[in-house]
Design a protein around this ligand. Structure first.
Ligand code: PHE
Ligand code: ZN
Length: 876
């Protein structure tokens, strides 16, 4: 392959020709599908006459082409690797093409492909060009009319976007359905599904009284697994009406579950296509976490109907326009219908672990990148989650009411258009009257800002002086960073009263919980009239996506853990306290000295365990130690073994000292009620299971017995899976092996459960994890062409910190071998899988060399643009 070229935001031009209406006919066949397209084209008013027509097209065999009904001769158009070019065309014309494609050979899962016996499509970002010749860019928006023709016996169900308008029988056992989508859309939102599918149907009455049919289409064996997705969909539809005033705009809304899918789900207009893992649930097969994930993803895709579909992105550099906003919307929805504090804790824990790592690595990029080689590599935590944090800051800066007015303005002003991030922020600036110029830097500047904070209380003056200094580290291609506008929400907690003190800044009274604005490199804030010395509680609720350093003593942290009025920061104080203790233990492990447990952590845990709380979900979070990945994030150089040993030591020390307290919590939260994925039940289960983790960590008789009993009781997958994980991750194969065997046999028929079975065993800390991966790659339930399997087995292993980073390099080698195979089969998945290797700079020299050697080995292959881009950055 030739060296892939970068595309730059600064080169954006509107398309020379746009499509006003698209007519498609598919004659489905596994190896030779025919696609006829009739495009109604016209010159773009901003472009000059006489320009050539260029259409994107990849892996298409052109069968015929005609312009305004005239068949084109071979000298009247040109075919290239990337598409088709016609030198001269009129200002407005019809173009008819017919191409042949082979869905069954499509293992990249972009364009039209087969998943089991069905046909389905994935067009975002640039998959439509593998279906037909087209201006495959989001600023070309057309109405679509699609006829799907297929074998009536094997493909009884034929779906596409919009509403079905005609259906009928055809000769040779074939039939057809014609679909019309009246809303102009970019081709990345096109979808087609055909197969032997069953539907579950429901109805929803919109706020203006329109009746909408809701359908979830699944394979027959999954008919019992759709209830939760349907209930979630209805909740999401109501929520978007009540919260954002957004109503659904077609008579039919469909969700289809497919087994082979690169991502979580896709918001195709009226026909969302879901990875089956993101839609199917049943108490026996899915955990609480999976139920909540499904609820969030169903909502996310539904919310895209406005934030993404009605108003879409002008170009792919604006991806966060739809993704950041929609993630913010789905996070808010999940917070509203579940426990809001826990949702925030979960989102921030994940963000600080994974997005911070991305921002600190070789693939760091701004929320709006200014160039890329392969857009498929930019569906990242930065675009999605940091983008959502930026929208959250905007909401907090302008306040909900102005934010809602800005959102209304955005949806009405740009309805049916493809727009930019400026367009969105401008609406917020107009609606609020605020100047957001400096704020825009959040979109263009990569890297995680760090704030170094210091504070001093002056008894004589009753003043607290808070000094904040910000800096953003250099990232690839961006060495100079400017000061950002960082909203810092804070309280000053009085050390005597344990209460938030009244805040007075520059003579202005701000209440007891306020936002201060850091806009310069360094700023001083002097709070006056403070009768007692405070401990500052900073960046409450994670008010900005930054690292905030403050020289807290352990006493300060224990104090905040006990007294902070902000639940999020109370949790964070506990995490910081644990991290300080872990730091000491990591050092002790490295120096070979005896590890000593910090009593302040033990005391804090005892208080938590014995205090009366009505928020069990938050308590469960507070009792959870920072993950190994998050601890690693805090270390200058990652020592995987020391981190594992230190964390295990803390866990076991707590378990030994507080055994009775954990036991009491476990027993108090055992329940026999019938399973429901509801906040109270979920909270009790998570608290119980956290307690069980501690009890099992010391592997005493009682811990083992409780865990086995929970495993065997088979109450629900949450409890079973947790127990299985504890047994499998214990030091005793005599516990692990029989449990794994029983579980594997029981669920051999259920691919989504087998995915969990794969992940659990390859993430065990015992030394045989790698051998297990190799062995399981030959298991009948594994397949390299199914992304869920690859993630469950290979992806999960690459998160197994002690074993992936084995000093013999075998973990790295295994990953590289898989990447090399997937580079041909599925470049998008291959490129994602490399991520852990790109983080080599965080490890010791030996591991660095081993990781780089594997990246070099990948680089020597004939690479897809996806893998090429990631590997080049990683080795730059
Ligand atoms: N747009 C999808 C979403 O976030 C994600 C996706 C991207 C799915 C690319 C498939 C391919 O909701
Ligand atoms: Zn999305």
């Amino acid at each position: 392959m030739s060296t892939p070229q970068a595309i730059h935001l600064s080169d954006y031009r509107p398309p020379a020709y746009r499509v006003t209406h698209t007519e498609l006919t598919f004659e489905l066949d596994p190896s030779a599908t025919r696609v006829k397209a009739r495009l109604h084209l016209e010159r773009h008013p901003e472009r000059e006459a006489g320009e050539a027509l260029e259409l994107d097209g990849e892996q298409l065999t052109l069968k015929s082409i005609a312009l305004d009904g005239q068949v084109l001769g071979e000298d009247e158009y040109r075919l290239t690797e990337q598409g088709l070019r016609i030198e001269s065309v009129p200002a407005s014309f019809l173009l008819d093409t017919e191409v042949e494609i082979s869905p069954e050979e499509n293992t990249a899962l972009e364009g039209l492909y087969r998943s089991g016996g069905m046909f389905c499509t994935q067009c975002e970002a640039e998959g439509f060009r593998r279906i037909t010749f087209y201006p495959d860019r989001p600023d070309v928006m057309a109405t679509f009319s699609t006829t799907v023709v297929g074998d009536a016996a094997s493909l009884p169900v034929l779906l596409s976007n919009g509403n079905p308008v005609e259906r009928g029988e055809l000769p040779n056992g074939r039939h057809f359905v014609t679909w019309e989508d009246p809303h102009p859309k970019p081709c990345y939102l096109f979808a087609l599904v055909a197969g032997d599918l069953n539907k579950v149907e429901d109805r929803f009455t919109t706020m203006s009284g329109r009746d909408v049919t809701l359908q979830i289409w699944v394979e027959e064996e999954n008919l019992g697994k759709t209830d939760h997705a349907m209930a979630s969909l209805k909740r999401a539809m109501r929520w978007d009406e009540e919260t954002y005033g957004r109503e659904y705009d077609l008579d039919l809304f469909m969700i289809v579950a497919v087994n082979d899918f690169n991502m979580g789900a896709m918001e195709n207009k009226g026909l969302n296509i879901f990875n089956s893992a993101a839609v199917l649930t049943h108490p026996d097969t899915a955990t609480d976490a999976a139920f909540q994930r499904v609820e969030g993803i169903v909502a996310h895709e539904y919310f895209h109907n406005w934030s993404g579909n009605r108003v879409t992105c002008r170009d792919w550099f604006q991806l966060s326009l739809k993704e950041g906003f929609t993630v913010f919307r789905d996070q808010s929805f999940s917070a509203d219908v579940n426990s809001a504090p826990v949702k925030r804790i979960e989102d921030v824990s994940f963000f600080r672990t994974a997005q911070f790592a991305e921002d600190a690595g070789p693939t760091a990029h701004p929320v709006r990148p200014d160039h890329y080689i392969e857009i498929g590599n930019f569906y990242t935590l930065t675009i999605y989650e940091k983008g959502a944090e930026i929208v959250r800051m905007l909401r907090n800066l302008v306040g909900w009411e102005a934010f809602r007015r800005g959102s209304d303005l955005y949806f009405s002003r740009f309805d049916g258009q493809a727009v930019t991030i400026e367009d969105f922020v401008t609406c917020m600036a107009e609606a609020s009257g605020q100047n957001l110029d400096q704020f825009m830097l959040w979109y263009s500047q990569a890297g995680t800002p760090e704030i170094d904070a210091h504070g001093e209380y002056d008894y004589a003056r009753a003043e607290y002086r808070l000094i904040l200094r910000q800096r953003t580290p250099a990232t690839p291609g961006q060495s100079d960073k400017q000061a950002l506008h960082i909203p810092v929400r804070l309280g000053l907690v009085g050390t005597k009263s344990g209460r938030d003190l009244a805040l007075t800044l520059d003579g202005e009274s701000l209440g007891r919980d306020a936002v201060i604005h850091l806009r310069e490199d360094e700023q001083e804030f002097v709070f006056t009239d403070l009768a007692e010395a405070p401990v500052p509680s900073l960046a409450r609720g994670f008010s900005a996506p930054v690292k905030l350093n403050f020289p807290y003593s352990r006493e300060d942290l224990a104090f905040l853990l006990a007294n902070d009025s902000d639940g999020f920061n109370r949790w964070d104080a506990g995490q910081r306290l644990a991290l300080l203790a872990l730091d000491d233990l990591i050092a002790a492990h490295r120096n070979g000295v005896e590890k000593v447990m910090d009593n302040r952590v033990v005391d804090a845990f005892r208080t938590l365990l014995t205090s009366d709380t009505d928020d069990k979900a938050v308590l469960a979070e507070m009792l959870t130690l920072p993950s190994e990945a998050y601890i690693a994030e805090q270390q200058p150089l990652v020592d995987v073994d020391a981190i594992h040993a230190a964390r295990q030591f803390v866990k076991q020390s707590l378990a030994v000292t507080l055994r009775d307290e954990f036991l009491a919590v476990y027993q108090a939260n055992l329940d026999d009620v019938s399973y429901a994925p509801e906040p109270d039940q979920i909270a009790a289960r998570s608290l119980k299971n956290v307690a069980l983790s501690y009890l099992m960590s010391i592997e005493d008789e009682e811990g083992v017995a409780l865990t086995q009993r929970q495993f065997e009781a088979e109450h629900n997958m949450t409890d079973v899976r947790h127990a299985l994980t504890l047994l499998t991750h214990s030091s005793r194969d005599d516990l692990a092996d029989p449990a794994l065997k029983a579980f594997g046999q029981k669920w051999a028929h259920d691919p989504l459960v087998m995915d969990q079975w794969f992940s659990i065993q390859v993430s065990r800390p015992q030394a045989d994890a790698l051998e297990r991966v190799k062995f399981l790659m030959d298991h009948p339930a594994f397949s390299l062409t199914n992304p869920n399997k690859v993630r469950a087995l290979i992806g999960a292993f690459a998160q197994n910190r002690v074993n992936f980073h084995r000093l013999d390099g075998e973990g790295y080698k295994l990953l590289a071998d898989v990447v090399i195979k997937l580079n041909r089969l599925n470049p998008e998945i291959a490129a994602r899988l490399i991520t852990p290797l790109t983080r080599w700079a965080r490890y010791d020299e030996t591991r660095q060399e081993l990781m780089k050697a594997e990246l070099e080995r990948i680089r020597a292959e004939d690479l897809s643009p996806n893998v090429y881009e990631v590997v080049e950055k990683a080795l730059a």
